[in-house]
Design a protein around this ligand. Structure first.
Ligand code: KG4
Ligand code: ZN
Length: 352
């Protein structure tokens, strides 16, 4: 990076799903504060995120969370260089709360506004945990809503190599956890339960492997686990939940590891980063670490608090867009669906 560039202080905002978060990050790499107000307990009784409730909770939380982030960072709005905000993809009503707050602050304080793509934020969480990490690298983004392999060619160039045709990896974890009677979000519970089980106990399908394709599909796996559970219940057979969790998790991890390794080799990338909520999964981390080490490929993942939704990753991503002069206009709008890399090139929302 250019050492002559003035120091930046970016205020980041994240409200795309069920966390209201604000953070202050210096020079894209140093977290001064990262306040996360989680709505998980509110949505837990419904077994998933209720969009309307999420929007209302964001409205209640967004100003206190911003105040707290500034206070903890010991900075005032007058010292902030730019405001970064997630404007998609995500729940439209939830996104709108963060976008409206960011636009109001940018307008009132005459600050540059930077619209951030949520998944690019997840990928950049790695830069906060690993200060020396620089592109190019391959990113495996595995969250509640997405499963994608992305070549990050430079700080502002993203090439989507492949993604899921149906369910996201995190979604599969959450749905299977739900039918097993585990609380929402189910990923961490399956992770813990699987540690006590035998991953070879039941063979579940590994879709689209050995195809040379970088597409994923997890809906067949989900059906196979549901069929297994229903048929065992009907026959009155005992179900070893830990074995089901371990076997299901192994099916997901095997596919993710195989395709990531294949893509790193084909695209000749010597660094691989893991991103998104499922990056917290212990089995995925250890299996990827082993497979990549054999090929001498460096492996990175964010610290656990930065794997799930947070505003520090948004501030980090916004810093690099800001440095490249890619500033959004005050007509920035929420985009519930949006391609990776689009935040950087979008004509309608940005000033270039
Ligand atoms: O990135 P994220 O916070 O939200 C989205 O942008 O979707 O990811 C949340 C997802 C949930 O599906 C949750 O179950 C999953 O990440 N997750 C995990 C683990 N921790 C969180 N999945 C598997 N193992 C974990 N340890
Ligand atoms: Zn996310």
């Amino acid at each position: 990076m250019d050492n002559n560039i003035h120091s930046t202080l970016v205020l980041g905002l994240e409200t795309s799903c069920d966390e209201t978060s604000a953070a202050v990050v210096r020079d894209g790499r140093t977290i001064l504060s990262n306040v996360i107000s989680s709505q998980v307990p509110v949505h837990q009784k419904f077994g998933g995120v209720v969009p309307e409730i999420a929007s209302r909770k964001h409205i209640e939380q967004v100003v206190p969370v911003i105040d707290q982030a500034l206070r903890e960072a010991q900075v005032t709005l007058d010292e902030i260089s730019a405001i970064g905000v997630t404007y998609g993809p995500g729940l439209v009503g939830a996104l709108l709360v963060g976008v409206a707050a960011a636009k109001a602050l940018a307008f009132a304080k005459r600050l540059p506004l930077v619209g951030v793509h949520h998944l690019e934020g997840h990928i950049f969480a790695n830069l906060l945990t690993h200060p020396d990490l620089e592109p190019p690298f391959l990113a495996l983004v595995v969250s509640g809503g997405h499963t994608s392999l992305v070549k990050v060619a430079s700080y502002n160039e993203f090439l989507l190599i492949g993604q899921t045709r149906d369910d996201a990896a995190g979604e599969a974890f959450d749905k299977i956890a739900r039918v097993m009677g585990l609380p929402y979000p189910g990923g961490p519970h399956i992770d813990r339960l699987a540690a006590e089980g035998d991953s070879a106990a039941i063979h579940f399908p590994r879709a689209l492997t050995g195809h040379g394709s970088y597409e994923f599909s997890f809906s067949g796996l989900k059906s196979a686990v549901l069929n297994y559970l229903n048929s065992a219940r009907q026959k009155g057979e005992a179900i070893v939940h830990a074995d089901v969790a371990a076997s299901f998790q192994a099916a997901i991890v095997d596919v993710l590891v195989e395709k990531t390794l294949q893509a790193a080799q084909e695209y000749d990338l010597k660094k691989v980063v893991l991103a998104g909520g499922v990056a917290a999964n212990s089995s995925l981390r250890s299996h990827l670490a082993n497979a990549l080490a054999i090929q001498n490929i460096q492996f990175y993942y964010p610290q656990t608090v930065l794997c799930t939704d947070n505003a520090a990753m948004v501030a980090c991503r916004a810093h690099y867009q800001f440095l490249a002069g890619k500033i959004s206009s005050l007509s920035l709008n929420a985009r519930p669906t949006m391609r990776l890399g689009q935040s950087f090139n979008e004509k309608n929302n940005n000033l270039y």
